[in-house]
Structures are given as structure tokens and as C-alpha cells.
Write a protein that binds this ligand. Structure first.
Ligand SMILES: C[S@@+](CC[C@H](N)C(=O)[O-])C[C@H]1O[C@@H](n2cnc3c(N)ncnc32)[C@H](O)[C@@H]1O
Length: 340
């Protein structure tokens, strides 16, 4: 246990805490290590390989040329009928295993589904994703979504209120920086639209007593490091729960030491002046410590615990490995996910 404490993050709140995750899925992990392959506790689905924005640091540009359409995965999940097959196979995937905490047998199933993208924006596949959120949440699967939030509209609210969380990637403190970093410098209203969408969703959350956590993602870099506090003030007012910071894992827009210090000071100020029982900061990456991003392991087991289905419907090793003609385990449209 002491060795684990050295490598797992125990300082993060709620479900972001890695020790909490380990504890929650302790028995599932032991089953897997003992050779009993169980349903992963989570499945990550990329519904689209196309994006409506162009974030300068996007990890998607790193794994696949976003400019070259031939390099993008086929968009088979845009067809709702394909999503229906995948959703059914997730809901029906159940298997017996041992419960090491209560010393008895227990049925294991997929507990969470997250929609995100590696080169794409999940809400591009609007019909498929709204169907999937409705159906999965009806079966008590906790659903989350990573989105840039631009395509959210009023007709989606009823379904979005069924989510466990929505993480909206904003990555800028004002419209000018937003357009420069995410919209090829074009003059758009996206920044204000997103804040308005969040405010409306947050009002409805209260009205309908929804459990959705409305969270915001911010990748800190050399262009936006100085706008963190001003954004946090706005987000707190409109009902955001977690403001989640990362640094650029593709190391394209790295900060110098002075910029890192300024960013860190602002995060400290947010914690001191703005954080309360509801509004909270999550530092997935510590701005002052790039070394945290360096791997401390030689073998990864994440595919036993988190499955990844990408826009072509194929099952890949993890979030970061979907690639045209790349290694995959087969199509979850042609074959049942549990068989794969
Ligand atoms: C690739 S995006 C796709 C989903 C959606 N289009 C969005 O903007 O959230 C998924 C997540 O990856 C994060 N991301 C992308 N590139 C990154 C990078 N270089 N470093 C850290 N996080 C990155 C985004 O901030 C977002 O939270």
C-alpha cells in the first residue's frame, strides 16, 4: 500500500482521485490479475473523428493529421443504427466474478460510459450520442461527455441533464484568446455562446434536480496562462462545479518558468478566494512540475479497466491509440463488445 501511495494521486477531489478509483474497483482489478477478464468498469467512445474547432495544441493533430481527411477514422458512429448495436452490447455485457471485499460472487457490468474524441468532437454525431445518453442512463450507467460545447442547443438540454457530468473544454479566459487558440483566429461568438449554454444548463439542473456535474476543462499554455482567475470568477457565477486544469501533453505550447509561476499564483488565488463547498479546482497536471507527465511504468493494463471504441466502431487499446489501419481488436459494430 505504501508503494501504491507513491505512484497514485490521492490529492484530487471525488472521482478524480486515483486512490478512490482503485478502492472502488479493487475487486474488479484483482479478478483481472487472477485471469478472470470482466467487463471494463468504463467504456470510452469517440463518436466522431471530425471536429468543428481547431485547438492549437490538440493531441489529435499529434496522433493523426487532422488536415488530411484520408488519415481520419471513418465515421461509422454517425449512423444511429451502429450506435444502437454498441449501446445494446454494453448494456448486456455482464459477467460473474469474485467480490474480494465481501467474500462472495458478484455480477460485474460496465458502470460508466464516457463520450469524447481524439481528433473529433462528440456532439458532431448528434443523433447517435443523444440516443446513447438516453438509453445508457436509463440502464443506470453513469454517462459523461467531453465536448467543446459549441454545438450544444436547447433541444439537447433534456438529454444532457441525464448525464453524470459534462466537461466543456474552454481553454481561454476571453473571446479574443479563444478565437486565436481554437478557431484559427476567426472572429466567432463561440466563447460567449458556451458561457450562455453553461448558464442555461445550470439553471435547468436546479429546476429539474439533475445530478449532472457541469465542469470546465482548461489546458494551460503560454497564451492563456494569465487569464485563469478572470475565467474562474465567471464560471463560479454561472454554476460550474469543477474547473479542471491540464498542461499540454503534446508539449507544443509549453510555458517558460515565469509563465508557470504566474499560472500557479492564479490557481492559488482561485483556491483561496473562490473555492467553496461547490466550486472546486482540479489540477490533473501540476503546472510547476512537468516531470509528472513522465511515465513511471513499463507496462500498461488500462485496457482491462477502460475499453475504447473509436469513430469507426473499432475497439482500440486506449483513448490515444485509434489510428487509420492501426492495431485494433475488431469492430464492435460487427461483433458483440463482450466477445471482443
Ligand atoms: C481531444 S478533446 C476531444 C473532445 C472535445 N472536442 C473537446 O474539445 O473536449 C478531449 C480532451 O483532450 C484534451 N486535450 C487535447 N489536446 C490536449 C493536449 N495537447 N494536452 C492536454 N489535453 C489535451 C482537451 O482539452 C479535451 O479535454
Amino acid at each position: 500500500m505504501n508503494r501504491l501511495k507513491e505512484v497514485y494521486r490521492n490529492d484530487l477531489p471525488g472521482r478524480f482521485n486515483e486512490m478512490e478509483m482503485l478502492d472502488r474497483h479493487f475487486s474488479r482489478i484483482l479478478n483481472v490479475f487472477n485471469g478472470n477478464i470482466l467487463p471494463p468498469y468504463e467504456i470510452l467512445i469517440h463518436t466522431s473523428s471530425i471536429c468543428n474547432l481547431n485547438c492549437k495544441w490538440c493531441i489529435g493533430g499529434y496522433v493523426s493529421s487532422k488536415e488530411n481527411k484520408d488519415a481520419l477514422l471513418d465515421n461509422n458512429l454517425l449512423k444511429k443504427e451502429n450506435m444502437v448495436k454498441i449501446v445494446n452490447s454494453i448494456i448486456n455485457y455482464k459477467k460473474m466474478g469474485y467480490d474480494y471485499k465481501n467474500n462472495c460472487n458478484k455480477e460485474y457490468k460496465v458502470e460508466n460510459v464516457t463520450f469524447s474524441g481524439i481528433t473529433g468532437e462528440p456532439l458532431i454525431a448528434k443523433d447517435s450520442i443523444l440516443y446513447a445518453i438516453d438509453e445508457l442512463s436509463k440502464h443506470n450507467i453513469r454517462v459523461g461527455i467531453f465536448t467543446n460545447g459549441v454545438l450544444i442547443n436547447k433541444a439537447m438540454y433534456e438529454t444532457l441533464l441525464k448525464l453524470g457530468y459534462i466537461l466543456i473544454s474552454i481553454d481561454a479566459g476571453n473571446s479574443e484568446t479563444y478565437n486565436k487558440l481554437k478557431c484559427n483566429g476567426n472572429d466567432t461568438n463561440n466563447f460567449d455562446t458556451i458561457l450562455k449554454n453553461i448558464e442555461e444548463l445550470s439553471e435547468l439542473k436546479k429546476e429539474y434536480d439533475s445530478n449532472v456535474d457541469i465542469n470546465v476543462g482548461y489546458v494551460i499554455n503560454q497564451y492563456n496562462y494569465n487569464q485563469i482567475y478572470e475565467l474562474a470568477e465567471k464560471l463560479k457565477k454561472i454554476g460550474v462545479h469543477y474547473l479542471r486544469f491540464k498542461t499540454d501533453i503534446a508539449s507544443l505550447l509549453v510555458m517558460n518558468d515565469e509563465q508557470k509561476n504566474k499560472a500557479s499564483e492564479q490557481i492559488k488565488r482561485i483556491r483561496k478566494e473562490l473555492c467553496d463547498d461547490y466550486f472546486s479546482v482540479v489540477e490533473i497536471h501540476n503546472v510547476m512540475n512537468d516531470r509528472e507527465k513522465i511515465r513511471k511504468f513499463s507496462k500498461c493494463f488500462v485496457h482491462y479497466l477502460i475499453g475504447n471504441i473509436s469513430a469507426d466502431g473499432r475497439v482500440y487499446l486506449c483513448n490515444y491509440h485509434p489510428k487509420k489501419n492501426g492495431y485494433n481488436y475488431g469492430s464492435a459494430i460487427e461483433q458483440d463488445f463482450s466477445e471482443i
